[in-house]
Design a binder for this molecule. Structure first.
Ligand code: FRU
Length: 548
């Protein structure tokens, strides 16, 4: 069926077929970026044959797919080779820790290493004879012990610290700490790294890393070694199994007590900020030693029917790799932004300047077919309209609103992507501005999927969050459109929203992009809109190389 065929992306990471989920063990090794991922080699949904798919890249954009790295083939992982992480030891050796689902469905931790470290492609993997290296300790449930993550190496006593997510009897998320010198024997520390403020349940894919408060990159590969104190904060991230969202919080990690404390416990991990307010899960960062930056990967699952996934023969995509920085301007959030390598896919572009969009109108940004785009847009709203709004309106919320159809005084305004000519199908990415109780302005950044498809067997929501817009700043958006995925970034990555959408009419040559302004009083000026068509990557893993 042509509609389902069209949904496959052109420049996002996808294996050739079947089901994909969590990113695992991203690393840079002997000239290649390696990417592993939860993969079912047998079908379009998760099941106990979950394995580690593997691909390599020179730029994290063009990929060469390699044989499956690890499959369930021992009692300690016969119900799945679950998520894990790769660590480069001080001597250059690579180790991987992963969770195995045992034949009895107990979650245990296992060790694996490249069979031939001289192979830059790391094709063969060997699992340790000592597996499982860790069983759930007393008091931890057999299904609450997964996604191991070596976080910090203490040179003075050659000890590694490893984190594992869990939950306690009262359903609070917890992060356990083990120490090890050889990755074969481990000691559980009596104190945990952190317990969540609310009873948010099991913490999956826990991550902890330093950020520099100057807003620059930090790190030397031995992640936490920089320590606490001057100019450094630490981000704790966990994937909430109950809610299926990835939350982070900025705080301080104390090397002495090995505990982490949020700067503001009302926005602790699990209750405050998210990397992405749309569809995005089980993410993990890694430190890119080649380019000295922290990179975030997460997977974007399907929200269509299981039956359609079977017909398509695949499920899920990965987001475009994103860099992570502390926002030195707001000091309260991260900046999450597509890697610069993506820009090389930009081909023919078009620029629109100073387009005035009156209240209640739309404007066609004519770029022809609009299925694979990178869009950068900056908006201003007229000052008189803003000044005329005196009453506070703090009730707005993206997810309970009627999205782009609602009309407020100062919004919504933004873009309609994957729209058909008549705009009866469209995904709206927009800002909604209102006056705060204290007289200032509050800006919401939302993505409206409600009218993204005429099909009704899919989940459609309005996603988003408030985003800081500082004095003198324009409202800025970057939107990556790629068939069935829309990744949107507000204010240079202060807030992000990703959607999966499945248009029925706005496909192939019928895809269009528009500006819209559904405010009742504000006139919006699109100061500048730059739109590039994006090259596809799948048939050409490396520019200049023949397809494999
Ligand atoms: C997150 C997760 C992990 C687990 C893996 C199994 O999506 O549930 O906690 O290791 O998926 O596929």
């Amino acid at each position: 069926n042509e509609m389902l065929k069209w949904q496959r992306t052109g420049y996002h990471f996808q294996p050739p077929n079947h089901f994909m989920a969590d990113p695992n063990a991203a690393m840079y090794y002997k000239g290649w970026y390696h990417f592993f991922y939860q993969y079912n080699p047998n079908g379009s949904a998760w099941d106990y044959s979950i394995s580690w798919g593997h691909a390599v890249s020179k730029d994290m954009i063009h990929w060469l797919h390699l044989p499956v790295a690890m499959v369930p083939d021992h009692w300690y992982d016969s119900k799945g080779v679950w998520s894990g992480y790769a660590t480069t030891l001080p001597d250059g050796r690579i180790i991987v820790l992963y969770t195995g689902g045992t034949d009895q469905l107990v979650q245990v931790q296992n060790l694996a290493e490249p069979a031939d470290p001289s192979d830059p492609l790391l094709i063969e993997w060997k699992k340790s004879n000592g597996n499982p290296i860790l069983m759930p300790p007393p008091g931890v449930g057999p299904h609450d012990f997964r996604d191991p993550f070596p976080v910090w190496y203490n040179e003075s006593d050659s000890t590694w610290h490893m984190l594992i997510g869990s939950k306690d009897d009262n359903h609070y998320g917890t992060v356990l700490i083990y120490t090890t010198k050889d990755f074969e024997t481990y000691t559980l520390l009596p104190d945990i790294l952190h317990k969540t403020k609310d009873s948010v349940g099991m913490l999956e894919c826990v991550d902890l890393y330093p950020v520099a408060t100057t807003g620059n990159q930090i790190g030397n590969g031995l992640e936490m070694k920089g320590g606490s104190g001057k100019g450094i904060k630490h981000v704790l991230k966990a994937s909430m199994d109950d809610e299926r969202h990835d939350y982070y919080a900025i705080g301080t990690f104390d090397l002495e007590s090995f505990s982490w404390v949020p700067d503001d416990d009302t926005i602790d991990v699990g209750v405050g900020l998210r990397y992405d307010y749309g569809k995005f899960y089980a993410s993990k960062t890694f430190y890119d030693q080649e380019k000295k930056r922290r990179i975030l990967w997460g997977y974007v699952g399907e929200v269509d029917s299981k039956a359609d996934d079977i017909l398509k023969g695949w499920a899920s995509v990965q987001n475009i790799a994103r860099t992570i920085l502390f926002d030195a301007k707001t000091r309260s959030n991260l900046l999450v932004w597509p890697v610069e390598e993506l820009d090389a896919l930009r081909t023919s572009g078009k620029e629109f300047n100073g387009v005035v969009v009156e209240p209640g109108s739309t404007y066609h940004l004519d770029v022809g077919t609009a299925t694979q785009l990178d869009i950068e847009a900056e908006f201003e709203i007229n000052k008189e309209a803003v000044d005329a709004v005196v009453e506070a309106d703090v009730t707005y919320n993206c997810s309970t609103s009627d999205g782009a159809a609602h009309r407020g005084l100062l919004g919504p305004f933004g873009l309609l992507v994957l729209a058909n000519e008549k705009m009866t199908e469209k995904t709206a990415t927009y800002f909604y501005v209102s006056r705060n109780a204290d007289g200032g302005l509050q800006t919401h950044f939302c993505q409206d999927e409600l009218r993204s498809s005429k099909a009704n067997d899919i989940t459609k929501r309005v996603v988003g969050h408030t985003v800081p817009v500082l004095h003198g700043e324009t409202f800025s958006l970057r939107i990556l459109v790629d068939h069935s995925i829309v990744e949107s970034f507000a204010q240079k990555g202060r807030a992000v929203a990703t959607s999966r959408v499945y248009p029925t009419e706005a496909i192939y040559d019928s895809t269009r992009v528009f500006l819209f302004n559904n405010a009742t009083s504000a006139t919006v000026t699109a100061k500048s809109v730059k739109i590039w068509h994006m090259n596809s990557t799948h048939n050409h893993p490396f520019p200049g190389f023949p397809a494999p």
